[in-house]
Design a protein around this ligand. Structure first.
Ligand SMILES: [Zn+2]
Ligand SMILES: [Zn+2]
Length: 307
C-alpha cells in the first residue's frame, strides 16, 4: 500500500471523469455478455436434458439470477443514494457536547475545518469531492448536491458515477462482494465449456459469435474476479479498522487510530446493528437514527487514541 503515498487516487479519478456514464454502459455490457454466455449458451439448454443435468443447470441458473438481482439492487443503491451532504450553515458545536464518546478530531487538537467552495463548516472525515468540483454534477444529482462536500467521504467511484460516503459505503461494499461472487460463479461454470472447446472438435461447430461471447465472458469474469478480490481485501482491512480510503495515510501515521472501536463495533458502524440486514442494501430506521456514523456529522472515538 506504500504506492498510495505517491498516487493521488482523486487525480486518477479526475482523469477518468470524461468517461462518465460510459462506465455504466460498460457494466451493462459485461452483464449482458455474461448473461448470454451462462444462461443462453452454456446452461439454459441443459434444462431440457436428463434429470441430474437439468437439476444441476437449474441450481446454477438460480444462483446466477439471485446474485445478479443482488448486484443490480446494490449497484442502483450506490448510484442513486446521496452519500451525505453537510447541512447549511453547519458549525462544529464541540463545546455544546459534554459526551467524550462522541468527541471529534477538532476536540483532539486540530483546528475546525472550513470549506471555502461550499462556504460551510466541514465535519470530521468530510471532504469536498475532487471530481465533481471540476465539472457539473451528473443528472441524478442536482447541481447543489454534486459540487459539494461529502460526509465521511471514502472515494469518488467512476464505476458508480457517484461519491462513496457515509450513506452509501455499505451498499458499495455489498456491490463488491456480490459482484465477486457472481464473477467467480461465472468463471467456474464457464470453465467446462472453455476446456471442452479445446478438447472436443464438435463444439467448434458453434457459431463464431457464440464462441467469441464465451471467450469474452470467461476472460472478463476471471479478470474481474481477481480485481474484485484485491478491492475486497483492501476494503475488509479498512472497514474492520474504521478507516476511509482517504484516511489510510493518516492512520499509518497515528499510533492508535482514533476511530478504531474494535472490529465488531467498526462493522456495526457501517453495516448496522441488525445482522439480518447486513447482506442487503438497507438500514433499519433505528440504526439510521442511532448510529452517528451513518448521519456522518460526528463519530465515536476511542478514549485512548494517540495521534
Ligand atoms: Zn466543500
Ligand atoms: Zn465524487
Amino acid at each position: 500500500m506504500d504506492c498510495c503515498r505517491h498516487v493521488n487516487p482523486f487525480r486518477v479519478c479526475a482523469g477518468l471523469r470524461g468517461l462518465g456514464y460510459l462506465m455504466v454502459a460498460f457494466v451493462a455490457a459485461i452483464v449482458a455478455v455474461s448473461y448470454y454466455a451462462v444462461v443462453v449458451y452454456a446452461w439454459g439448454p441443459m434444462l431440457l436434458g436428463d434429470g441430474a443435468a437439468a437439476a444441476g443447470a437449474a441450481a446454477v441458473l438460480a444462483a446466477f439470477h439471485i446474485l445478479l438481482a443482488m448486484i443490480l439492487w446494490c449497484y442502483f443503491m450506490v448510484v442513486f443514494t446521496d452519500p451525505g451532504a453537510v447541512p447549511a450553515n453547519w458549525r462544529h458545536d464541540a463545546e455544546d457536547s459534554g459526551d467524550p464518546v462522541f468527541s471529534s478530531s477538532e476536540e483532539q487538537g486540530s483546528a475546525p475545518r472550513y470549506c471555502f467552495r461550499c462556504q460551510n463548516g466541514k465535519p470530521p472525515r468530510c471532504h469536498h469531492c475532487s471530481v465533481w468540483r471540476e465539472r457539473a454534477a451528473p443528472p441524478h444529482l442536482c447541481e447543489t448536491e454534486g459540487n459539494r462536500c461529502v460526509l465521511k467521504m471514502d472515494h469518488h467511484c467512476i464505476w458508480v458515477v457517484n461519491c462513496v460516503g457515509a450513506r452509501n459505503y455499505k451498499y458499495f461494499l455489498l456491490f463488491l462482494v456480490y459482484a465477486f461472487a457472481e464473477t467467480v460463479l461465472d468463471t467456474l461454470v464457464l470453465l467446462p465449456n472453455f476446456i471442452e472447446f479445446f478438447q472436443d472438435e464438435s463444439r467448434r461447430s458453434s457459431s463464431p459469435g457464440d464462441i467469441a461471447v464465451l471467450f469474452i465472458a470467461f476472460v472478463l469474469n476471471l479478470a474481474f474476479a481477481l480485481s474484485l478480490l484485491c478491492f475486497i481485501g483492501m476494503h475488509a482491512s479498512l472497514v474492520t479498522s474504521n478507516t476511509t480510503f482517504i484516511e489510510i495515510y493518516e492512520r499509518k501515521k497515528s499510533v492508535s487510530w482514533k476511530y478504531d472501536l474494535g472490529w465488531r463495533r467498526n462493522l456495526e458502524q457501517v453495516f448496522g446493528t441488525n445482522k439480518l440486514l447486513w447482506f442487503v442494501p438497507l438500514y433499519s430506521m433505528e440504526d439510521l437514527h442511532n448510529i452517528p456514523t451513518l448521519q456522518g456529522l460526528e463519530f465515536p472515538t476511542r478514549s485512548d487514541a494517540i495521534v
